[in-house]
Design a binder for this molecule. Structure first.
Ligand SMILES: Nc1nc2c(c(=O)[nH]1)N[C@H]1C(S)=C(S)[C@@H](COP(=O)(O)O)O[C@H]1N2
Ligand SMILES: [Mo]
Length: 411
């Protein structure tokens, strides 16, 4: 993590990846939001474990350092399954729209930039963020202003044919993966290499391009952007330069970076990131029988998290964020006490962006405390408790939106 800003570096006291062991941190004065953050931040006792996959993701949000509504680009987390492609060239770049369309289109970056420009404030969260068992991964979320041109008019221009039902978005990045194949049968004409495995089946190693898909109807949603700008600057390489899909309201994985090709199919696309990885598996009981369900990671879910506890003149404030849906209210619970209303920040309420909140904790008794938050969306549903039956039925860690508890020590 070599690209943090100054305040963050100070906060981390020389770039140490963990805040454990520190007691009190100084935070710089008022910023864009969390207006009165000029106090001491009390670091959480429960700090994330070191990231075991630094080559696939990093630059995670440090919750205690959260003090601006737009996450500075150089502090925005990234997830790259196959690394950042080399030789990214915006002059030679093209986005092709093909497959089941009447008029295939091939667009240069200049073409895209000549089209009407749109912006969206969108909080992008990795669907693995705060997943059960991923104790290193609690900072896979950030909010940015993304700019580009709308996808829908381009799809209309290309003319999706009647039989087209699925739109696949291809990234330039690719890598190999090994697929377990227990059929024990060598099929003729198969590409890739096959290695017999211990149980007589075959492991198939293939090269696969990063791709995600959605239905034609979902792809035509007017909020989707072919995005070339993040927080007012060209997209940086790690975030998809020169162009990525921004699909507001979808989990991170749908927002394909280094976008080169958009293809319309007459069948559901079942590539790795739709059908093997990023699949939520649940175990359901139906009439006394166990039934397994499989769904691909989809739209973001209602979620909130306590961000930090600050102290000023011996009064304590809990601050946090809520996202994944349009936020109606947030409540906070201290230890096993009652749920109490937090105050939503009035300045920024954007459909796809997080909402900051604060809770006046007064002067709590010294000792260790647990702080939990829950968000309510417009329409009434509430962020699920960790023992919610739907969450508890899940056997994978994707799309974990259960209530988050953090621990803090008041001295
Ligand atoms: N081409 C491509 N796009 C991708 C990925 C990737 O590995 N390759 N990772 C996805 C995942 S899992 C997430 S969470 C988001 C993260 O976006 P960011 O790296 O800009 O924060 O990008 C998505 N888009
Ligand atoms: Mo992700």
């Amino acid at each position: 993590m070599d690209n943090q800003d100054i305040s963050r570096r100070n906060l981390l006291k020389g770039g140490s990846a963990t805040l454990a062991g520190l007691t009190v941190l100084q935070v710089a004065g008022p910023t864009e939001l969390f207006g009165h953050t000029d106090g001491d931040v009390i670091p959480w006792l429960d700090q994330p474990a070191p990231n075991p996959f630094p080559e696939n993701g990093g630059n995670m949000l440090v919750w205690e350092a959260l003090d601006s509504w737009h996450t500075p680009t150089h502090n925005f987390f990234f997830v790259d399954h196959f690394g950042i492609p080399r030789d990214l060239d915006d002059v030679a770049w093209r986005v092709d729209i093909g497959g089941l369309v009447a008029r295939p289109v091939s667009l240069t970056m200049a073409d895209l930039k000549a089209l009407p420009r749109h912006e969206v404030d969108f909080t992008l969260e990795c669907s693995g963020n705060t997943g059960t068992g991923l104790d290193f991964f609690i900072g896979g979320v950030g909010n940015a202003r993304w700019a580009g041109t709308r996808l829908a008019p381009l799809l209309y221009q290309a003319g999706v044919l009647h039989e087209g039902i699925e739109v696949v978005f291809w990234g330039l990045d690719r890598g190999t993966s090994t697929i377990r194949d227990n059929s024990g049968i060598v099929s003729a004409g198969r590409t890739g290499t096959t290695l017999p495995d211990a149980d007589g089946g075959l492991d198939l190693t293939i090269t696969e391009q990063f791709a995600r898909s959605m239905s034609v109807e979902e792809a035509l949603n007017r909020n989707n952007l072919l995005c070339y700008e993040m927080n007012g600057e060209p997209l940086p390489r790690e975030h998809g330069f020169p162009v990525r899909l921004i699909a507001p309201g979808w989990y991170g994985v749908a927002n394909v970076k280094w976008l080169t090709r958009i293809e319309v199919l007459d069948h559901r696309y079942a590539g790795r990131f739709m059908a093997r990885d990023y699949v939520s598996i649940r175990e359901e009981q139906r009439n006394g029988e166990t039934v397994w369900t499989f769904t691909t990671v989809n739209h973001e879910r209602l979620k909130s998290a306590p961000a930090k506890v600050t102290r000023r003149n011996n009064r304590y404030t809990v601050m946090g964020a809520a996202w994944g849906a349009q936020i109606a209210a947030v409540q906070v619970q201290i230890d096993d006490g009652p749920w109490m209303a937090a105050r939503l920040d009035s300045r920024e309420a954007r459909r796809f962006a997080w909402r900051f909140w604060t809770f006046d904790w007064g002067t709590p008794p010294s000792g260790e405390h647990r702080i939990r938050s829950r968000a309510f969306e417009i329409g009434g549903s509430v962020q699920p408790a960790p023992d919610d039956p739907f969450l508890a039925s899940r056997r994978t860690f994707w799309e974990s939106n259960g209530q988050i508890t953090r621990r803090v020590k008041i001295s």
